[in-house]
Design a protein around this ligand. Structure first.
Ligand code: SAM
Length: 289
């Protein structure tokens, strides 16, 4: 493999069970010139288990801007590199995605070495629809942004997949229930590890279960899509009436003598919507703002 120079390999590593390491992953990690890892201490353990002695450099969320360019420069100078994350597929909910963008901009060949991935492992055992799904990953941490994201997903008919850390699990389940309603869901816990389990129930019951116990381990949450077309129609009608309302209130303020900027601000305040939403609605109604 070493005659193939100037390549960035994206190498999947196990998400729990070391036997999920592929032969090709071991071979690639042995033969590249260096490995860019999210957590070098964590990856060193994996490398020593497979008797791999390739030099490691740290590439993570904190140093990615500084180190990314250096990695690209080394690859451009003829070295080959592998990017690994703490677990699973690099570039899925981790900084590897930014390295891939840099490599593509620099015309560097990017090669996948596939393997374990938490989202797909959870989905295939969920029993929910696997023909259409959306991988959401981690939801935003603030409640407001989290609700906004979920509102945008509410009418989607496909299965939804979320990543979550143990200390946010119940809060996220509550947000899912509030915005999406009481849907069927699956919590895939500790995938490929000794205590692997799939807990299948509706969101309300899942919250009751997890409220009572100390939450430990790693989790993927898989939620059924919106199967109720009436909801979608209702949401569409609601959205329409909100837009019309925004337009009417805005016009009232304009007619009462306010300038456009103040009318937008007052409309947003009165209807408890964002100024951006008022602005977009006014544009939609073809009014110059
Ligand atoms: N790159 C990884 C992948 O391909 O799945 C995901 C990395 S992301 C930073 C970490 C999240 O993945 C965790 O918070 C959890 O939601 C999920 N995860 C990783 N390993 C898992 C496991 N063994 N069981 C359940 N979820 C897991």
């Amino acid at each position: 493999m070493n005659e193939l120079k100037s390549i960035l390999y994206l190498v999947a590593t196990p998400i729990g069970n070391l036997d999920d390491m592929t032969f090709r992953a071991v071979q690639t990690l042995k033969e590249v010139d260096f490995i860019a890892a999210e957590d070098t201490r964590h990856t060193r353990k994996l490398l020593s288990h497979f008797d791999i002695h390739t030099p490691l450099i740290r590439y993570d969320e904190n140093n990615k801007n500084l180190v990314g360019g250096k990695i690209i420069e080394r690859i451009n100078n003829g070295e080959s590199a592998a990017c690994v994350s703490d677990a699973g597929m690099p570039a899925i909910s981790d900084p590897g995605a930014d390295l891939v963008k840099l490599a593509i901009e620099a015309n560097i060949k990017v090669v996948p070495v596939p393997g374990a991935n938490a989202a797909l492992s959870a989905l295939i055992c969920s029993g929910l629809d696997t023909t259409k799904f959306t991988f959401v990953g981690f939801l935003p941490k603030t409640n407001k942004k989290c609700h906004e994201t979920l509102e945008n997903l509410k009418s989607r008919e496909e299965t939804l997949i979320f990543y979550e850390s143990p200390h946010h699990l119940t809060a996220t389940l509550k947000n899912l229930l509030t915005v999406l309603g009481n849907r069927e869901a699956v919590i895939a816990r500790e995938l490929t590890k000794i205590h692997e389990e799939f807990i299948r129930d509706n969101l309300k019951s899942l919250i009751d279960k997890f409220d009572e116990i100390e939450v430990r381990g790693e989790f993927v949450i898989v939620v059924e899509g919106n199967e109720n077309l009436d909801d979608i129609e209702e949401q569409f009608t609601n959205n329409q009436s909100t837009s019309e309302n925004i337009f009417l209130v805005y016009n009232e303020f304009i007619n009462s003598g306010l300038d456009k900027k103040s009318a937008m601000r007052e409309t947003a305040k009165k209807l408890n919507v964002s100024r951006r939403e008022v602005y977009n609605t006014i544009l939609k109604f073809n009014v110059t703002v």
